[in-house]
Design a protein around this ligand. Structure first.
Ligand SMILES: C[S@@+](CC[C@H](N)C(=O)[O-])C[C@H]1O[C@@H](n2cnc3c(N)ncnc32)[C@H](O)[C@@H]1O
Length: 235
């Protein structure tokens, strides 16, 4: 008998019990949809359940990894706006949000959820439609933090092209876009030892596991926090 595959973590489930569509659109990268299930918002990307608003500990921790004075930050992936909203609440000067799905930006500007509307209209936020893979290396300025939550991690891709975000060459370029002492933080749906090894070669790396419980199941998400070495950070 073939082995029975473990179901994927809940963050990736396509659940079937009666959500309402708030918005839905086709993009060159597949379908994107925003749904509501009671008070909970869900985001579907390329037909895959990407996240919901019920459990966002790790989305908030991603923002917190930028530190108490976040400065000028790049966020890869708007999603439901939790990471960006947290940075704004912490007093970030500027938050560049880079989002691949144009409809999601339009829905945010139109106020599809209160949080997305607040984020989209905050004067400190710059919403960029584009692929972080191409957007970041083209920038000439340096950032205090680059926070990436565009996919599930190297082991479970929603968009195959996002494999580059976890590749050594692209990551080395990304670190070049940080001020000395700045941080690159990557969310992953599970520990990713190869990614950790790649990052450790580029600066001072900390791995932070975040355990969450959802509907009786336990999930161990990982945040990789890479600090660019600089005169004031010699660790
Ligand atoms: C899990 S959500 C981000 C959640 C977000 N941290 C929050 O707090 O709500 C991932 C987002 O990244 C976007 N995305 C996927 N690939 C991307 C890419 N290469 N560049 C920019 N955005 C991307 C998706 O469309 C989606 O909006």
């Amino acid at each position: 008998m073939p082995p029975v595959a473990e179901p994927p973590p809940l963050r990736h489930h396509n659940r079937v019990d009666g959500p309402d569509d708030l918005a839905r659109a086709l993009t060159p990268q597949g379908e994107i949809a925003l749904r509501r299930r009671g008070a909970v918002h869900e985001l579907i990307v390329n037909g895959v359940f990407a996240m919901d608003s019920a459990e966002v500990t790790s989305e908030l921790a991603l923002a917190d990894a930028a530190g108490p004075d976040p400065g000028v930050v790049v966020v890869g992936g708007l999603g439901l706006g939790f990471t960006a909203a947290r940075l704004l609440a912490a007093g970030a000067d500027t938050v560049h949000v880079v989002e691949l799905a144009r409809p999601l930006i339009d829905w945010a500007l139109a106020g599809v959820t209160d949080q997305l509307e607040r984020v989209a209209h905050d004067p400190r936020v710059r919403l960029h439609h584009g692929d972080i893979v191409e957007w970041l290396p083209r920038r000439e300025e340096l950032f205090d933090a680059v926070l990436l939550d565009v996919d599930n991690g190297p082991g479970f891709l929603i968009h195959d092209s996002n494999a580059q975000v976890y590749a050594a060459l692209w990551l080395a370029d990304a670190v070049e876009r940080l001020r000395p002492g700045g941080v690159l933080v990557i969310w992953s749906e599970s520990a990713a030892p190869e990614l950790a090894a790649t990052l450790a070669a580029l600066g001072h790396l900390k791995e932070r596991m975040i355990t969450v419980e959802r509907e009786g199941r336990r999930f161990d998400y990982a945040l990789y926090v890479l600090r660019r070495r600089g005169p004031q950070h010699t660790v």
